[in-house]
Design a protein around this ligand. Structure first.
Ligand SMILES: C[S@@+](CC[C@H](N)C(=O)[O-])C[C@H]1O[C@@H](n2cnc3c(N)ncnc32)[C@H](O)[C@@H]1O
Length: 209
């Protein structure tokens, strides 16, 4: 009897987890839709990041890799892009694409919600459409400082709330809130780009002193 209940429970857990993984893949495929380029302007974003070839970059919350491949091109063959995500389905997609593209300078990294698990300090942490999903951000970014090389930067793009109900479900975040939280975590704003209609795009570095 107990065995039967256990087996049924395990089968249900498997079905749920397969379903969730499938959902995640569909969501990531949607995020990777090339039609997104029209408003997301990935080339413009990469230009503003001024990445030196050979750099180490973390794509924090890489998802299915929409920006990862642009970053990989910018760092070149001597650089490395760590595609960092807490979701296994995202990293599986990145891995498959890495093999298909033959891009050895991309390394998928399975993160914990409170730790990017980076194997080495990086020159740039880039994060698009992820900051609003993160928990205890002030603590997170304060400790992320130890994963930055000297002169390291953190670039955050996220959706600006629009209208009364927008952002109520935590799916968007105001630009000033990001800045204030980053300042509380020990950073200073160095660039604030008005490039993308629906998103803010700010770059930070560690504050002096
Ligand atoms: C909306 S997706 C954005 C994906 C990609 N950056 C893009 O713009 O297409 C947000 C991603 O952030 C990941 N994520 C959320 N919290 C995270 C954390 N603390 N560390 C790393 N990844 C995280 C989620 O698993 C998800 O894949």
């Amino acid at each position: 009897m107990i065995h039967k209940a256990l087996r049924t429970g395990m089968i249900l857990a498997l079905i749920v987890s397969l379903g969730l993984t499938g959902c995640a893949e569909v969501a990531y495929e949607r995020l990777n839709d090339p039609a997104r380029d029209t408003w997301q302007k990935p080339q413009g974003v990469i230009e503003k990041l001024s990445i030196t070839p050979g750099s180490r970059v973390a794509d924090l919350g890489s998802g299915g890799g929409y920006f990862t491949w642009h970053l990989a091109k910018a760092v070149g063959p001597r650089g490395i892009v760590y595609a960092v995500d807490i979701n296994k389905a995202a990293l599986d997609m990145i891995f498959k694409e890495m093999v298909a593209r033959g891009t050895p300078n991309v390394r998928p990294v399975r993160a914990q919600p409170n730790d990017p698990q980076l194997p080495e300090p990086v020159d740039l942490v880039f994060s698009c459409n992820t900051y609003h999903q993160m928990i205890d951000r002030e603590t997170y970014f304060r400790s992320l400082a130890s994963s930055l090389r000297p002169g390291g930067r953190v670039a955050i793009l996220d959706f600006q709330p629009r209208g009364f109900f927008s952002g109520m479900f935590g799916n968007r975040i105001a630009k000033d809130k990001v800045r204030l939280e980053m300042e509380a975590a020990g950073y200073q704003l160095i660039n604030d780009y008005d490039l993308i209609d629906q998103q803010h795009f700010q770059i930070f570095e560690m504050a002096e002193g």
